[in-house]
Design a protein. Structure first.
Length: 694
């Protein structure tokens, strides 16, 4: 049976007829275990059948149980005697189960003693579960009576739990919860009938933990769960994440005598971890999220709805990949155990969302960083801003986003065939809009990259490189954006600026794209004819830019650049170092470059130190009050001209400014009054305890 050979004693028999079954020493043996029957079964109340166990393994009954959520192992010794099977069943038992294991969790030794009381006409039962160890703790004690003739009150038991392991319950909630652990203690009363059992008492949670698979976050639960007739109350349970952040709970699970379960539970988290996934676990969106707000879980087990209203907190970093392909180096689900003859494939991370729907209303602020991985290896956008977004995930796994995300600050790492890797600063006011499908979002973002380029081909007397602001705009479909390029020449003579625009057709997209490549890769403008010296300088620029790209990959918090240009007939040798970063939770921003211009071919022994540095400090969390300091090199348009001999080499400045957004002038001067926090008191219908809801 089930690939196991069972042995039956010879000359034993079972006799069947229309009114009676006679069993005589019918024994089944398997190795050194035995399971035997003896007795009579009929409508005669005096007929008795006895079952005896000798080292019998409970796992032999797995084929009869046939329930994947129930796995019982252990060695049984003792007897079970049943009388009056067809009427008032009388059971006398004395059974001991050693090494009891329930759902892969070792429980200890269980003993069951039952005795029929002819005067009370009830069955007395006593069940103990002792965890074998240094102290042999009694984790379960059930004592009471069962009255088979009773109608509404058949059960009368007292149950005591002392550090009972919750690990045994994990298979029953495995559809959305894993790593269930911890213990429970409490005193309970079991009453009612077998058809309508009543379970009442208070369960004290000790080290209880669970992982929500869809979020990949571990939570701990503490305090007391109250069991009442057809209700389980969570009004005093505290949920805590792995970082110690709490969420108070309020609500209940109702049922119809342990059938037809319905949830109505609310959580009020404070800066709690809500998401901790990677791309392997969820390719729709992943990252880390911390939030405060309101979570409402309601509905039945097969139609559970999760309504979430949250505001992002510091430390939130969400990635939404819009590229559908991964490089081989990023594919970590194949592990080579032995490169010669063995490979092992790790099972895919899959979460069963059958019967679960999620509705999220997210208020995203500057505490959250959103990263978008653009298609075609175009690059990535990393930004923070403000948004009121709505997300929906239905039971089929369909994912939708609604809302506008307004960018306050951020960066766009522009990538072109692994040749160009330039970090653009996103100009405030950009917007990404979703109206359902996350892959059909609209984008309107403008980004800035500052570099330097020579204009000697336009104005031969302008020997020193000048600042160039490169603007890149992304518009229309986020999945396939339209890219436009433009540039500006800040702090330069207007005549030279007009001459530059006259030589470069800024209305021609092909020409502007060519200028973009030259400025980002070679650090120069593109002209029809390039001198040999210019070509040589461009080669050095290409090497310098590649070195800068490697340095910037050391840390995502720093954008580092090194540029070297050799001297020629028109310009001097130049070395430049650039750094862009933020400190103290983005309160301080440093952006600038420092360089040294070396010896000129004329034989002059002078060397100049030039640099442009901007430092901006947010005085308030919202960034309305800021201090800005700068140092800017003064670059004369034409060198070695007497009228510029007295020009100061640098200009410094410092200022404080205030910024506020408004829709009307009256709103600009309106003073916002502080709103008192609303507090709602909810009454527990069982004990009338006032509970704080929000």
């Amino acid at each position: 049976v089930n690939n196991v050979a069972l042995n039956f004693d010879e000359n034993k028999f079972i006799v069947f007829d229309s009114t009676k079954m006679i069993i005589r020493d019918f024994n089944i043996s398997l190795d050194d275990t035995r399971f035997g029957f003896d007795g009579d079964i009929s409508e005669d109340p005096k007929d008795t059948v006895k079952v005896e166990f000798t080292n019998w393994q409970l796992s032999n009954f797995d084929i009869l149980i046939n329930n994947p959520d129930l796995d019982i192992d252990g060695s049984v010794n003792g007897y079970l005697s049943v009388t009056d099977v067809y009427n008032a069943v009388n059971i006398d038992a004395n059974i001991v189960v050693d090494d009891l294991v329930f759902n892969k969790e070792t429980l200890g030794t269980a003993s069951l003693l039952t005795k029929w009381d002819p005067f009370e006409k009830s069955l007395f039962s006593h069940l103990e579960l002792i965890k074998i160890g240094n102290s042999n703790e009694k984790v379960l004690n059930l004592t009471g009576r069962y009255n088979p003739k009773g109608i509404e009150q058949q059960l009368n038991y007292d149950l005591i739990l002392d550090k009972f392991s919750f690990k045994t319950l994990e298979p029953f909630v495995s559809t959305f919860i894993s790593d269930l652990g911890g213990y429970g203690s409490g005193d309970f009363k079991v009453s009612g009938s077998t058809q309508k059992p009543v379970f009442e008492g208070d369960l004290n949670l000790i080290g209880t933990k669970a992982k929500i698979d869809y979020l990949n976050v571990d939570y701990q639960l503490s305090n007391i769960v109250k069991f009442r007739e057809n209700r389980i109350l969570f009004n005093e349970v505290i949920v805590q994440d792995s970082l110690g952040h709490n969420a108070a709970s309020l609500g209940s699970i109702t049922h119809n005598y342990f059938t037809d379960f319905k949830f109505d539970i609310r959580l009020f988290p404070q800066n709690i971890s809500c998401l901790n996934t990677n791309q392997t676990q969820n390719n729709m969106f992943y990252g880390k999220a911390f939030a405060s707000g309101d979570i409402h879980m309601h509905g039945s087990i097969d139609n559970l709805i999760l309504d979430v209203t949250m505001e992002s907190d510091r430390g939130t970093e969400i990635v939404i990949p819009l590229n559908n392909s991964l490089e081989l180096t990023e594919t970590d689900y194949i592990v080579f155990i032995n490169t010669q003859d063995t490979i092992t494939k790790i099972p895919d991370y899959k979460v069963d969302l059958t019967g679960l729907s999620i509705n999220m209303n997210l208020s995203v602020n500057q505490n959250a960083n959103i990263e978008l991985l653009l298609p075609y290896n175009m690059g990535r956008i990393n930004a923070n801003g403000n948004s009121e977004m709505t997300m929906h995930v239905n039971s089929r796994g369909d994912f939708e986003i609604f809302g506008d995300y307004s960018i306050n600050q951020g960066s766009f790492l522009f990538t072109l065939q692994n040749i160009v890797n330039r970090r653009f600063s996103i100009i405030e006011g950009g917007k990404i809009s979703w109206n359902g499908n996350p892959y059909e979002a609209l984008i309107n973002v403008r980004a800035l990259y500052k570099t330097k380029a020579s204009l000697a081909e336009i104005e031969p007397d302008l020997t020193r490189r000048v600042n160039v602001d490169c603007y890149l705009s992304l518009k229309e479909q986020l999945f396939d954006p339209v890219i436009d390029f433009s540039f500006k020449l800040p702090n330069i003579d207007k005549n030279v600026e007009q001459l530059t625009y006259a030589m470069i057709d800024t209305t021609n997209d092909a020409v502007m794209n060519q200028q973009l490549i030259y400025l980002l890769v070679l650090g120069s403008f593109s002209y029809d004819q390039l001198s040999t010296a210019t070509i040589g300088a461009s080669s050095f620029n290409l090497i310098s830019n590649q070195l800068s790209s490697w340095l910037s990959q050391i840390s995502k918090d720093f954008d580092i650049g090194i540029n070297y240009r050799p001297g020629d007939d028109l310009s001097r040798e130049e070395v430049e170092f650039a750094l862009s970063t933020q400190f103290f939770d983005n309160r301080v921003t440093v952006d600038g470059n420092v360089g040294v211009i070396g010896l000129q071919n004329t034989g002059s022994a002078a060397s100049d130190i030039v640099g442009d540095v901007n430092i901006e400090v947010k005085l308030t969390d919202d960034g309305r009050f800021r201090i800005k300091a700068f140092n800017r090199s003064n670059v004369s348009n034409i060198e070695n001209v007497n009228q510029y001999d007295n020009l100061a080499p640098n200009t410094q400045g410092i200022g404080i400014f205030y910024r506020k957004e408004f829709d009307s002038f009256s709103e600009l001067f309106r003073r916002r009054s502080a709103q008192p926090k609303n507090t709602t008191i909810v009454q527990d219908s069982i004990q009338s305890e006032p509970l704080l809801k929000k």
